[in-house]
Design a protein around this ligand. Structure first.
Ligand SMILES: Nc1nc2c(ncn2[C@@H]2O[C@H](COP(=O)(O)OP(=O)(O)OP(=O)(O)O)[C@@H](O)[C@H]2O)c(=O)[nH]1
Ligand SMILES: [Mg+2]
Length: 837
């Protein structure tokens, strides 16, 4: 089987439409077409090498440059209304794959030691490696992601196709001499497009260990990234990558539409139709051995095609019959046999159309698509076959009552649709796309919440209650931190085993390796036994956290409108995340949440006493622990947040709550017009630590650097100061060639905490050697830290660009104003072209 056939056959079962082995537009097509690639309204055929051979488009006028090949005689424009096209610009996030088999995928590390320019494609690292142990597989890899667009009002095209089918075949075969087989004409109603892709497939008789491939990025002269496959196992794998000239979102990886078939008007032909039993059918068996080529008046003399002349059993009116393919390469498309079977069953019909969504809707999670006859059987069970007055037949999978209520077509609305369909790729991404970057706990999610609070207020309000388990977990964490320091002997056995009972734990004989022994300040033995007693009382609380089941992160649970992005394996050296998974707040069941709230309420008194205890405060101070500045600190609000009817407040609790971002997510906001900025859609991506994977079509990056982290080290490497780590990430972002065009906004965050720490006497010079003996006031310190960031920016940017930097405390309500001025700035600085807003 040809590679293209194997590939499409394996990926058809994914239900995304017809997969193209050759996503790039053919070179000889009109340049206006090549720029945008396949689009809604295209009429063409799938070729045996797995491409879409475009002929004309029904949505634009006959003299549109796209229709330079010509249009059928009775051509009329298929008029669409505004809103008829549903667009999902980021349907495929960068680094996505569509694969027929289980795949191990990894982003490749950039080899920093090679001294190469760091090329960081959108997919992260220097490309991807994939491997599978399956016997056969087809895979589509989209390093830069992809968009999808679909016609909402498909009925319009269905009726159009039924009406014009005859004309189309006449035009293609008689006028253009294309010799397209009956059933092959495809009217496109939906397409998935990408700017880059890799496709691969193989099939081998025996499974011989893993098959692996690497899709690697390289930069071409235009400055764009091009991908190519490398493999050590050339033999069984067919693989392609493209495009050759990257830059446009014009590569069609999946098509959806109507397949159109005419009734074969000759008895001899109908008799030749052979339908194989479903169980042992192979793709080529599913097609008639004689193919009908309607309206061809070409004298066919090749061995493949034979014109059988006129006569009672042969074609007349210039029709041709393709006879006896020596090794026919039929392009397998599920809709083809369905159309044939429909026409067999409905003898009065002269033309049949089947939409891809019809057969997709009867797929049942199968790894290989069932044969057409089985699909036809399922379709008959699900939808009625309907005919129209002109002799057209189709599966009626639509709610026709809705069809009649469609809004009338207007000229301007139609033009808008054309614009949507035919504007060049860089204009395809409407609105502002902001990427939030920065080391862990830098304030990315907090800033996002400020955006949500301001611009998606209704949802933000609705979601407040969902933060309660997170806040519960934050409180318990704070108590655990205190007890670990002030009463290690009481709680450490629990930390170790998580299971020992309070009776066991309180025994003096238990020795705890690694626990911190804090000497009791003189004359405080009474107080210390009081602390021990409090610790024993509070121990069950620590257990209650252990009862939390691992679950999705709060970001995943929060809102339906969040678009989850895929988790990718990222090179460990490039993650700046602490690896302590036990710190990830998780959400358990509602019952557990209520139970925990009850416990918290019943222990509110002991918790307050523990926190307020002067010895506890003294010990924390001696050990330089400033709990108030730790993420998720709620001990000052205990009586409020432990109330049974507690609902987190939006302005304070939700903003202060601490939940490590486990999964990247994208959030969309509809921004209303204000005095400075027009209306527009903004999307903000909070990537957690998976940041290398996402920067396609980003308008600006907001980099958050927590200034207060100057006295902290990375948990995973205590030799690295967190501020220095921030500088290292910043350097990497500034120097990236691929980000050279992206505007950078620097948030020097947690200014409030920096100020408190300095006032508390923590000296910057003790932790940042270069600070030397400068003054310890917050102004001097913050200006110094900022100058380090700006110097890195200046010396590492591949080309000059301005930097917008701010001192921020994104937890403060005032940062809402900053967010709104940021909005104006993003617009003013022309970070996006104004026509998009
Ligand atoms: N006081 C203060 N706290 C802040 C500030 N910014 C963030 N925080 C707190 O710091 C903690 C971490 O903030 P997040 O927004 O979760 O940090 P992040 O960058 O999303 O962290 P990850 O998801 O782990 O990568 C939260 O508890 C915030 O309330 C700030 O400017 N001032
Ligand atoms: Mg976060």
């Amino acid at each position: 089987m040809a590679d293209s056939q194997l590939y499409s056959r394996l990926l058809l079962s994914k239900g995304a439409g017809y997969p193209l082995w050759l996503p790039e537009p053919y070179d000889d097509l009109p340049s206006a077409y090549k720029e945008i690639g396949a689009a809604i309204g295209d009429v063409g055929v799938i070729t045996s090498d797995g491409a879409f051979d475009f002929v004309f488009n029904i949505c634009v006028a006959r003299d549109h440059p796209i229709n330079s090949v010509g249009v059928p005689e009775d051509f009329e424009v298929a008029a669409l209304s505004h809103g008829d096209i549903r667009r999902a610009p980021r349907h495929y996030p960068p680094g996505s794959d569509v694969s027929s088999a289980k795949l191990k995928k990894r982003s490749l590390a950039i080899n920093a030691s090679s001294g190469d320019n760091p090329i960081i494609p959108a997919g992260g690292g220097a490309g991807f490696s994939i491997s599978t142990s399956s016997r056969e597989a087809a895979v589509l890899l989209l390093p830069d992601g992809g968009a999808s667009m679909d016609l909402r009002r498909k009925q319009l095209f269905r009726d159009y196709a039924l009406k014009h089918a005859d004309n189309w075949y006449r035009f293609l075969n008689r006028d253009l001499g294309r010799m397209v087989e009956n059933g092959s004409i495809y009217l496109i109603t939906g397409v998935d497009k990408a700017a880059s892709w890799g496709v691969a497939c193989f099939s081998q008789d025996t499974s011989d260990g893993d098959v692996s491939l690497e899709l690697k990025a390289s930069m071409v002269a235009s400055g764009n990234i091009k991908y190519s496959w490398t493999s050590t196992e050339i033999s069984p794998i067919a693989a392609r990558a493209g495009p050759d000239e990257p830059g446009n979102l014009n590569q069609a990886v999946f098509l959806r539409g109507y397949k159109v078939m005419l009734r074969e008007r000759f008895a001899g032909l109908r008799g030749a139709v052979k339908v194989s039993p479903v169980e042992d059918a192979k793709p080529r068996d599913l097609f008639p051995r004689k193919s009908h080529v309607p309206y061809s008046d070409v004298k066919l003399s090749s061995s493949r095609l034979e014109f059988t002349g006129s006569g009672s059993t042969g074609p007349t009116d210039g029709d041709a019959v393709v006879e006896d393919f020596p090794e026919p390469i039929h392009i397998y498309h599920p809709a083809d046999l369905i159309n044939e079977l429909i026409l067999q069953d409905v003898q009065t019909a002269s033309v049949s159309v089947t939409h891809d969504s019809d057969w997709i809707s009867v797929l049942q999670d199968e790894s290989i698509i069932p044969e057409g006859q089985e699909l036809y059987r399922r379709l008959l069970e699900k939808y009625p076959l309907s005919t129209n007055e002109e002799g057209g037949v189709f599966f009626n999978s639509f709610d026709t009552s809705r069809e009649n209520s469609e809004s009338p077509v207007t000229e301007s609305a139609f033009n808008q649709v054309l614009d949507q369909n035919y504007t060049p790729s860089h204009n395809h991404e409407p609105g502002v796309r902001l990427l939030l970057l920065g080391q862990s706990e830098s304030g990315k999610s907090t800033l996002l919440r400020q955006f949500q609070r301001m611009y998606d207020h209704e949802n933000f309000e609705k979601q407040r209650i969902l933060w309660r388990p997170i806040i519960q977990s934050n409180i318990i964490n704070s108590i655990r931190t205190i007890l670990t320091i002030v009463a290690p002997n009481s709680i450490s056995p629990r930390i170790d085993s998580g299971r020992s009972s309070p009776a066991e734990a309180s025994g003096d004989s238990i020795t705890v390796p690694g626990s911190i022994a804090v000497p009791a300040p003189e004359g405080t033995s009474n107080s210390f036994s009081h602390i021990e007693a409090l610790a024993t009382t509070l121990l069950p609380l620590l257990d209650s956290e252990d009862g939390y089941k691992r679950g999705p992160s709060v970001e995943q649970n929060l809102a339906e409108q969040l678009i989850p992005l895929p988790t990718m394996e990222i090179n460990a050296e490039r993650t700046y995340r602490r690896s302590d998974a036990s710190r990830v707040p998780v959400i358990g069941s509602k019952e557990l949440e209520i139970e925990t709230q009850l416990r918290l309420q019943s222990m509110c008194g002991p918790m307050v006493r523990l926190w307020k205890n002067s010895d506890v405060q003294a010990i924390l101070k001696t050990k330089n622990i400033h709990l108030e500045d730790n993420p998720g600190f709620f001990l000052k609000d205990l009586s409020r947040v432990t109330a049974l009817d507690y609902v987190p407040s939006g302005g304070y609790d939700v903003i202060k709550a601490w939940a490590e971002t486990a999964e990247p997510s994208e959030h969309t906001f509809e921004m209303k017009a204000n005095a400075h900025s027009p209306r527009g859609t903004w999307s903000i991506i909070d990537v957690g630590d998976k940041w290398l994977t996402f920067f396609e079509n980003v308008s600006a990056i907001i980099f958050l650097a927590p200034l207060s982290a100057f006295d902290q080290c990375l948990a995973e490497d205590p030799t690295i100061n967190r501020i220095e780590d921030s500088w290292a990430i910043w350097r990497e972002i500034c120097s990236s060639i691929l980000l050279a065009q992206v505007d950078l906004i620097l948030f020097l965050n947690k200014y409030d905490v920096l100020e408190r720490k300095l006032k508390a006497g923590i000296r910057l010079s003790k932790h940042i050697v270069g600070y030397q003996d400068r003054s310890s006031d917050v102004k001097t310190a913050s200006t110094y830290l900022k100058s380090k960031f700006t110097a890195i920016h200046e010396s590492h940017c591949p080309k000059r660009r301005s930097l917008h930097s701010f001192f921020t405390s994104v937890t403060d309500a005032s940062s809402v104003n900053l967010v709104s001025s940021l909005r104006d700035m993003v617009v003013r600085q022309n970070l996006v072209t104004s026509d998009l807003l």
